[in-house]
Design a protein around this ligand. Structure first.
Ligand SMILES: NC(=O)c1ccc[n+]([C@@H]2O[C@H](COP(=O)([O-])OP(=O)(O)OC[C@H]3O[C@@H](n4cnc5c(N)ncnc54)[C@H](OP(=O)(O)O)[C@@H]3O)[C@@H](O)[C@H]2O)c1
Length: 232
């Protein structure tokens, strides 16, 4: 796939990192749609000609409907980036509830599966699906067990989908390290824990997404973009 002229949906692309990924793809010449859920989309999206589709991706019918709507709006679909994710909050195991588990699994993992199901029907030949994981889903962070499990599940989903959908559609995942602190977070992660000595930037993640969308001989890949933090 070449990005100029490609038609791409970015779920969870209405603000923060997802919005940066959507804007990056638009700057590369793609026609882009995003999904939004609770919050008002970043004003830069409309200015870049990016349509925001409202959907609760934790609900399978809404996840499927959002992909179908994106294909309608864009006149077809060449790529999907699944960045939507809920429930990133630190909670000790003792205090976890079914509701907190559901919040973390809903849009991330169940949403990812049904977004992929719809995308598998709608993507053009040579299309690509890129999931946004998290190093937490590789390492398994004790304070973020539901989030870690949801993102870890995405890693497994990607390997299965890559086999299932080859050779028509490629499927990969990017695992970012710290890029943007959660809104309202306290102290930033100490950079001494990151071998490359800095937090990531949205551009670091956008470059990985662009690569995985367009690399014709790459599927089932997991690309860790974390400044080397997982090496510790
Ligand atoms: N920021 C980082 O440093 C970092 C690091 C590693 C991985 N990541 C991953 O990168 C992605 C974007 O990160 P972020 O920090 O920008 O995340 P974020 O601020 O938590 O935003 C998550 C997005 O998911 C959407 N979402 C949540 N629940 C949803 C639902 N039920 N249905 C539909 N959409 C839903 C939110 O929409 P609304 O706000 O409109 O509800 C929001 O746009 C996430 O997958 C995150 O796990 C981020």
């Amino acid at each position: 796939m070449d990005l100029p002229g490609a038609r791409i949906l970015v779920t969870g692309g209405a603000h923060r990192l997802g919005a940066e990924l959507a804007l990056d793809l638009a700057r590369a010449g793609a026609a882009v749609c995003v999904t939004r859920h609770r919050r008002t989309p970043d004003v830069r999206l409309a200015a870049a000609g990016i349509t925001a589709i409202a959907a609760d991706l934790a609900v399978p019918s809404e996840a499927v409907g959002a992909v179908e709507r994106a294909a309608d709006v864009l006149g077809g679909l060449d790529g999907v980036v699944h960045a939507a994710s809920g429930g990133f909050r630190p909670v000790a195991l003792d205090l976890l509830t079914p509701e907190l588990f559901e919040e973390a699994i809903g849009a991330t993992l169940r949403g990812g599966l049904f977004v992929a199901q719809a995308a598998s029907r709608l993507l053009t030949d040579g299309g690509a699906l890129v999931f946004i994981g998290d190093v937490a889903g590789v390492a398994g962070w004790p304070s973020y067990l539901p989030h870690s499990a949801a993102k870890g599940g995405l890693g497994t989903l990607v390997r299965g989908l890559a086999r299932d959908l080859a050779p028509r559609i490629r499927v990969s995942i990017v695992h970012p390290g710290v890029v943007l602190e959660p809104e309202g977070a306290g102290a930033p992660v100490p950079v001494e824990r990151i071998p490359l000595g800095r937090a990531g930037t949205p551009d670091d993640i956008a470059g990985a997404v662009r690569y995985l969308l367009t690399a014709p001989y790459v599927t089932g890949a997991a690309l860790v973009v974390d400044g080397g933090r997982l090496v510790d």
